[in-house]
Design a protein around this ligand. Structure first.
Ligand SMILES: [Zn+2]
Length: 299
């Protein structure tokens, strides 16, 4: 059975881009007769706040998007991530990284890095094991990873060129994003990962980590980003494109659903609707692969 998920970081307000991803993942899972869950990715230290996560859940519920089953908070799941690290260490796949932020900046030549991603060049690969209280990286095997994206088709990436050996545990004691996301998708039985195309460059690395942990590979769909009316990045303007800010300007959840549904190819024109009106008309082959632009009147 299909299990989809939406996994926001509770560091701010969900804007139209986040809500579009949430809706697409919900429509894809529910449209296939499956289930859909929400998971809070709050391992990233003090920037993550419970109250922000609760507000995100309220916004999703206002659109009719509610988790089938309890919402997991990654900050509660350290024991599971620790077990995964122990398994990887047992398989000889981890090594301690002593690089400082400054070291990494000096090493970052990375002509092919996308979007500010800087591949880690493997500088500490030869370091002897020093225990679990160090920054830890996964030793990637050589070679490219091929995978099929529901929206953008066949993909082939060399994770060494995009991220290099990923950090799984940080020197400040936090579990890193790649570890938490892969372990939880596996533990929860997620079969379908729908997310923004900004995360496409880390997919091959996450597939390598799944393989190292013996976890099944979910299907992937990477959605185009939501851009300003002129096609530029939303940047700081995204803050004004949350549910509450839009409602204050008279744009109600049904209007937002209509626009989101239209932008996902479910409706011939953006008109107010409920989430249940969209479910029968969602198909991946109708979803435009490019960016979606915020209507002029909302920007
Ligand atoms: Zn290092």
């Amino acid at each position: 059975m299909t299990l989809g998920r939406f996994a926001p970081s509770p560091t701010g307000v969900l804007h139209l881009g986040n809500l579009r991803t949430a809706l697409a993942s919900w429509l894809s899972a529910r449209g296939a007769g499956g289930r859909w869950i929400i998971r809070m990715e709050d391992v990233d230290g003090p920037r993550c706040r419970r109250d922000l996560g609760e507000a995100q859940l309220r916004d999703l519920a206002a659109l009719g998007l509610e988790s089938d089953g309890p919402v997991l908070w990654q900050s509660d799941r350290g024991a599971l991530y620790r077990e995964a690290l122990a398994a990887l260490h047992g398989a000889g796949r981890l090594y301690p990284c002593a690089c400082t932020r400054k070291d990494l900046q000096l090493l970052a030549s990375a002509p092919h890095a996308e979007d500010g991603l800087r591949p880690y060049p493997g500088r500490c690969r030869g370091r002897a094991w020093e225990g679990f209280d160090r920054a830890l990286r996964l030793r990637l095997p050589e070679g490219a990873v091929a995978w099929e994206d529901r929206l953008i088709g066949p993909q082939r990436d060399d994770p060494a060129a995009l991220t290099g050996d990923p950090l799984l545990f940080r020197r400040d004691g936090c579990f890193a994003y790649h570890l938490a996301v892969v372990v939880d998708d596996g533990a929860q039985g997620v079969t379908e990962v729908v997310r923004g195309t900004d995360l496409r460059p880390v997919t091959a690395t996450q597939i390598r980590l799944q393989e190292a942990l013996g976890l099944p590979r979910p299907a992937y769909a990477h959605l185009g980003m939501v851009a300003a009316p002129d096609g530029s990045r939303l940047g700081k303007r995204a803050g004004a494109l949350g549910l509450e800010a839009l409602e204050a300007r008279g744009i109600i959840p049904e209007d937002i659903l209509g626009w989101l549904g239209w932008s996902l190819g479910c409706l011939p024109r953006p008109e107010a609707c409920a989430v249940s009106d969209l479910i029968g008309s969602f198909h991946w082959n109708r979803v435009p692969a490019g960016e979606a632009r915020v209507p002029e009147a909302w920007a």
